[in-house]
Write a protein that binds this ligand. Sequence first.
Ligand code: SAM
Length: 266
Amino acid sequence: MNADQHRARKRFGQNFLHDPTVIQRIIDTIHPQKEDHIIEIGPGKGALTRLLLNHVEKLDVIEIDRDLVATLKTDFADDSRLVIHQADALKLEFDSFNYEDLRIVGNLPYNISTPILFHLLGYRHSIKDMIFMLQKEVVDRICAKSGNKQYGRLSIMLQYYCDVESLFVIKPGAFTPSPKVDSAIVRLSPLAQPRYELHDHESLKLIVREAFSQRRKTIRNALKKHLDETSIKDADIAPDSRAENLDIFDFVKLANCYHQQKINAL
Ligand code: SAM
C-alpha cells in the first residue's frame, strides 16, 4: 500500500498534515540542528519527517500503525538516517535512547495526548525540549495561569516541571481528514531545577487531582480526606480558597504538607 491509499484510522487519532506552509512553519519552530537527537512521535505518512531529515544526521520515529510503518520503510528505504520504531509511544522507555538532550516532536494523536504528556514527564531528565501539535483547547489548558477557567491538573503538573509556551494556532483545513477543532503548537522545556522544592511527586499528583475533581468546592472541603484545616493553614493557604485560585507554589506547599503528615504517621 502506498501513502495515498492509506485510510485514516480514528482509533490512532490520524489527521495528516498536507498544508506545506503549515508544515514548514512547524519545522522552522523546531529549528532542527545537525547534531540534535530528535524523536518524532507519530510520523504518519512522513509530512514532518521528510523535512526534518533535511537537517539532521539521525532521526528516530515512533509509529504504532503497522501499515504506516510499512509505507515509511518503503518510502525512506534509501535513507539510513531514519530509524523507524514500530511501537506504542505510551509504553516506550524514552531513557533507552541513552541521550540526555532529546528533542521530542510530533503532531500528536489527540485521543492520547494527555497520557503521552504525563508519560514523557517521567523522562524529563533526558529531554531538552518537546514541540507538539495538540488540540488548541489542550494547549490552552497546559499554559493556563491560576484564576483562569482552563487552569487545572494539566497546567500545574506540566508547569511545575517545564517552561511552557503556546506558539501558534493551526486551522482544521491544514489536515486530511480535517479535525473538528483548532490545533495549536506548544513548546515544553523541562527545567533543570524545578522552581520550588517538592518532596514527593505522587503527593502533588494526588493533591492536585483531588483539588480539581471538586473544582467549585473550597480547598478545605475538596481535600478533607487528606488534609485537615490546620494543616492547610500551616501551608499558608486560606482554607476557603478554591483550587483555581491557588498557584503552583501553593499546591507544592500542600503536597509537601500532606507528604510530611504521611511520614509522621509511620
Ligand atoms: N505526523 C503526521 C502528520 O502530521 O501528518 C501524522 C500525525 S497523526 C495526528 C498522529 C500519528 O500518530 C498517526 O500516524 C498515528 O498512527 C500515530 N499514533 C497514534 N497513536 C500512537 C501511539 N500510541 N504511539 C505512536 N504513534 C501513534
